[in-house]
Design a protein around this ligand. Structure first.
Ligand code: GLA
Length: 390
């Protein structure tokens, strides 16, 4: 593994990294106790070399991120006894990320439009755009080749309380049939108190839509260590967006009260997931957008969104976001066939995702908070995944 200093030197040889040459990494950006290192991480199908960045905070807790898809490949945080464990699903081999094996999107950045667009039908300023149908009959997570499959440019940046990696991707006008050149920057900051803060910004040169998220799969007992059914979850959401049989919101927001979607007080994820309930049948479990309380358009202050607690390990994950919604996905399509890090099988309900986002299919629901972005405007979203123990 190269130290940051040697990374900086290596970057001088741009040829070494071909078109993915990282921006120069600044050594002075990193506090003494925190480190960021880089090592080679395989290559894309067309031979572009990839990197894996390791962000270590002053307590030794660690996050790894590859510039392929801006993917978080591991988060190592202590359990209640202080033992570090990796709490996100993923692979040892970069080839599996490059293949998007099983369509899981493990840990990746998702764009240009996270979640679904009904029938791939998008209208911007009266002009229709047909998006790729990659999740019949809808568009999912940006289409055939989403941001999770792109090589991002990486650079370390200054962070007040931790270590940070900035990723940049310019999505050309018309990519996946979305209008406008979208310039996206995502800064991952790994703080000294074990919070992974994700700051997204995007600008465009034409009216377009944008909805970005991170698709990490959490298992607070450790990736591959059984199901998350006993993980207790709290959602700061009085309402959710019920869906049709193909996971498109029906429109109206529905109260969670009296339903298996009521997580206003902590409940084990598995307590109601198999109850006879049409919404749970449509989602094959939880695969729904929660309407987070207290959203204010334009606010840059993250609000409490959700908290998960794994009684076995004592690990707690608290999610904060500026977004109006958060998709809870409980790994319903995992089936044990994917063997991830350390060869461990990823079983059904072996993880949960908390995907901060605007609502699914918002471009076709004028009453939802808008996902429109115009030239001169800046799209901003901040989400924090804070780890602690109990
Ligand atoms: C999202 C979707 C799910 C599933 C996963 C990836 O969470 O809502 O239906 O497609 O991504 O497998």
């Amino acid at each position: 593994m190269k130290s940051l200093r040697s990374v900086g030197r290596a970057c001088a040889y741009a040829g070494l990294f071909g078109s993915i040459a990282a921006l120069p990494l600044s050594v002075s950006a990193v506090r003494a106790a925190d480190t960021i290192t880089r090592k080679a991480f395989g290559q894309t199908a067309d031979g572009q070399a990839l990197s894996l960045y390791t962000l270590t905070n002053s307590h030794g807790a660690q996050v790894q991120i590859t510039n392929f898809g801006g993917t978080v490949t591991s988060i190592k945080v202590p359990d209640r006894r202080g033992k570090l464990g990796d709490v996100v699903l993923g692979y040892d081999s970069p080839a599996n990320y490059v293949k998007n094996t099983g369509g899981t999107y493990f840990g990746a950045l998702i764009g240009r439009y996270a979640n679904r667009v009904a029938k791939g039908h998008l209208v911007v300023d009266g002009t229709p755009y047909q998006l790729a149908i990659n999740n019949k009959p809808n568009t999912l997570h940006g289409g055939k080749v989403g941001f999770n499959q792109k090589v991002w440019t990486a650079a370390s940046v200054r962070a007040a309380h931790g270590v940070a990696l900035a990723l940049r991707y310019v999505s050309p006008d018309g990519e996946e049939n979305f209008p406008g050149t979208l310039t996206v920057k995502v800064v991952y900051t790994w703080t000294d108190d074990n919070a992974l803060k994700i700051d997204y910004t995007a600008t465009t040169d034409k009216d377009t839509v944008v909805n970005l998220t991170n698709h990490s799969y959490f298992n607070l007992n450790g990736a591959g260590n059984g199901t998350i059914l006993d993980t207790k979850l709290m959602f700061n959401a009085n309402r959710y967006t019920p869906v049709d049989a193909v996971a498109i919101p029906l429109g109206p927001l529905a109260p969670v009260a009296g339903t298996p979607f009521d997580f206003r007080r902590p409940v084990a994820i598995g307590a109601r997931v198999n109850q006879p309930n049409q919404q749970l049948e449509f989602g094959h479990g939880y695969d729904h957008n929660f309407v987070l309380n207290g959203y204010r358009s334009g606010s840059t202050v993250p609000r409490l969104a959700a908290r998960a607690y794994a009684p076995r390990s004592g690990r707690v994950l608290t999610a904060y976001t500026t977004e109006p919604g958060m998709q809870l996905y409980t790994g319903n399509f995992l089936d044990g066939k994917i063997h991830g890090k350390g060869g461990k099988a990823y079983v059904r309900r072996g993880a949960f995702c908390l995907e901060a986002q605007h609502f699914p299919d918002a471009p076709n629901h004028p009453a939802y908070p808008t996902t429109m972005l115009k030239p001169g405007q800046v799209y901003r979203q901040t989400t924090i995944y804070q780890f602690s123990v109990r």
